[in-house]
Design a protein around this ligand. Structure first.
Ligand SMILES: O=P(O)(O)OC[C@H]1O[C@H](O)[C@H](O)[C@@H](O)[C@@H]1O
Length: 549
């Protein structure tokens, strides 16, 4: 295939990046009163204003041409139709099948996966109902009131962050606690806060081989037995979600308590599968289904909307524009909604684990930049810390602002202030403040000419900083599903343009292997001289600090 940088559109975009470098976005807004109206898209409950970007119609046209030339449409078709596009693992990529309400089959290796997908949804629904109604009881006959969800990475971030984002939809029947880290402090605190007789442990691990999740579950099991539960009571208090049923049953989870998932669901794309069971338990099955329905709407939009009005394509190509033509190294997500504060961390795994790659699908080392660093946090908090660097630092940091137009228990004064800060930030980033404006402000302040000029220079805001603003009526399950699926498809489109496999994660493997070797070193099972001098020194300090007294 033709390399990204050999495409005619690349050449044209390189020229356009140079030719627009002298134009300020302010000038485009001044000369074209219809700019904001032209550069917005509304779909699946999301309104996206992308007019505050350093693009013209010509730039956008070339970006779409580039995306087409890189085969986005064919790859999209290949993904949705179940081809093994995860080439390094020989797997299909079908998280979209998990939210496929079209009634159409999705075939993997000659078999329609939809009956199994729908049966698992039924199982989630029935289990949720049995917990909420109190029909499923603990071993002493008490109803289940506490859920401890154990998992890490994609088996944690999605369930935790979606549950948090939909807090207003939480049902009262149970309280869900999430534990990911192998740091014993966390599981200790959570277990100390619950009564084992009314607690259900949901262990989520696609592979059923992740050290942190296995150890936390063993600790929970030991706690349960230590509190008075018996081995035969485990079935009432432990369920698992995994594609590795064999390992889960060997671990001691009753087969009827295992919720299946499949190898064609990537960990960071798995919240739509039974990995989402804690979401259903926390919010009720209908709200979990609402998330899936919203994502399905976004799937339809992504598959059918022309590139010019296709949200994932627009956001993806804008990201490529800044990453590859303006050397933007990061992208910031700024949810102006407290409950959505976890979204940057969610998209961080989704994007960085997917497109943090350096080799093309054909196995060649890329000579262009791929995935950016994703970061961010809730507004307005960031305005009083890191926004300074976005406004006046030396890097281009494209930003996605997001805001619900209405919030639960709305206090109108607070909400108007929140919105005005959000919009005000996008305005400040775009227009900046010129030296002349700053200089004029300092008139009559008793400064010498030299001091006035110097201070005006410090106060100057270059502006011309790109941002998208994403608005929605309120963050209901459907809207959140659409928002998350929009980012999934954005990442997909960028992966196709950059020619990488967005669905493997070999980079995390070495750390796991070495972590296990170091553990053997700490436990004295291997000689310390098998490690480098620095690691030896760290192990020895740790062993000394933890030596039996
Ligand atoms: O669900 P599991 O198999 O336990 O995997 C949990 C997580 O661990 C891995 O290291 C991957 O980097 C993640 O993509 C994955 O979601």
């Amino acid at each position: 295939m033709t390399d990204f940088t050999q495409q005619p559109a690349w050449e044209k975009l390189s020229g356009l990046a140079k030719s627009i470098s002298d134009t300020h976005m302010r000038d485009w807004f001044n000369s074209d009163p219809s700019r904001a109206d032209k550069m917005q898209v509304e779909a699946c409950g999301l309104f996206v204003d992308y007019s505050k970007n350093r693009v013209t119609d010509e730039v956008l046209g070339e970006l779409f041409t580039l995306a087409k030339a890189q085969g986005v449409e064919a790859h999209r078709e290949a993904m949705f139709s179940g081809e093994a596009i995860n080439s390094t693992e020989g797997r299909a990529v079908l998280h979209t099948a998990l939210r496929n309400f079209s009634g159409k089959p999705v075939v993997v290796d000659g078999e329609d996966v939809m009956p199994e997908v729908l049966a698992t949804l039924d199982k989630i629904e029935a289990f949720t109902a049995s917990i909420h109604s109190g029909e499923h009881k603990g071993y002493t006959g008490k109803v289940i009131k506490q859920i401890v969800a154990i998992g890490i990475g994609g088996s944690f971030l999605g369930p935790k962050i979606m549950t948090e984002a939909l807090k207003p939809y939480t049902c009262d029947a149970v309280k869900v606690h999430f534990v990911a880290n192998v740091d014993g402090c966390h599981i200790h605190d959570v277990l100390a806060s619950v009564d084992h007789e009314e607690t259900l442990i949901v262990m989520s691990s696609k592979s059923f081989s992740t050290q942190e999740t296995l150890q936390n579950t063993l600790t929970a099991k030991a706690w349960f037995l230590g509190e008075g539960g018996k081995q035969e009571d485990i079935a009432k208090h432990f369920v698992a979600v995994s594609s590795n049923v064999k390992a889960a049953t060997e671990f001691g989870i009753a087969e009827e308590n295992i919720f299946p998932m499949w190898d064609w669901v990537g960990g960071r794309y798995s919240l739509w599968s039974a990995i989402g069971l804690p979401i259903s338990l926390a919010l009720g099955f209908e709200n979990f289904k609402g998330l899936l329905e919203g994502a399905h709407e976004m799937d339809k939009h992504f598959c059918t909307a022309p590139f010019e009005s296709n949200l994932p394509v627009i956001l993806a190509t804008l990201g490529v524009w800044y990453r590859n033509f303006f050397d933007a190294q990061s992208h910031v997500l700024l949810p102006y909604y407290h409950y959505l504060r976890g979204l940057p961390a969610y998209v961080q795994q989704l994007d960085m684990e997917s497109n943090g790659k350096q080799v093309t699908l054909e196995g060649n080392v890329v000579d262009w930049q791929t995935g950016p660093i994703i970061w961010g946090s809730e507004g307005t908090n960031g305005q009083h810390s890191f926004h300074q660097l976005i406004h006046q630092g030396t890097s281009v940091i494209p930003a996605d602002f997001m805001l619900p137009l209405n919030v639960p228990n709305q206090n109108d004064t607070h909400h108007a202030m929140l919105a005005s800060n959000c919009f005000g930030q996008t305005q400040a980033l775009m227009q900046g403040k010129t030296f002349d404006e700053c200089y004029a402000d300092l008139e009559g302040k008793g400064l010498s000419e030299e001091a006035r000029s110097a201070l005006a220079q410090h106060k100057t805001m270059p502006g011309n900083k790109p941002s998208n603003t994403i608005l929605f009526e309120k963050l209901d399950p459907q809207t959140l599903g659409a928002l998350v699926a929009m980012y999934e498809h954005k990442v997909f489109v960028q992966g196709v343009i950059w020619q990488v496999n967005s669905f493997d994660q070999w980079g995390v493997e070495l750390g796991k292997v070495l972590g296990n070797q170091v553990l053997a070193g700490i436990q004295g099972e291997v000689e310390s001289d098998t490690f480098d001098a620095s690691t030896q020194q760290l192990i020895s300090r740790f062993r000394n600090a933890n030596a039996p007294t």
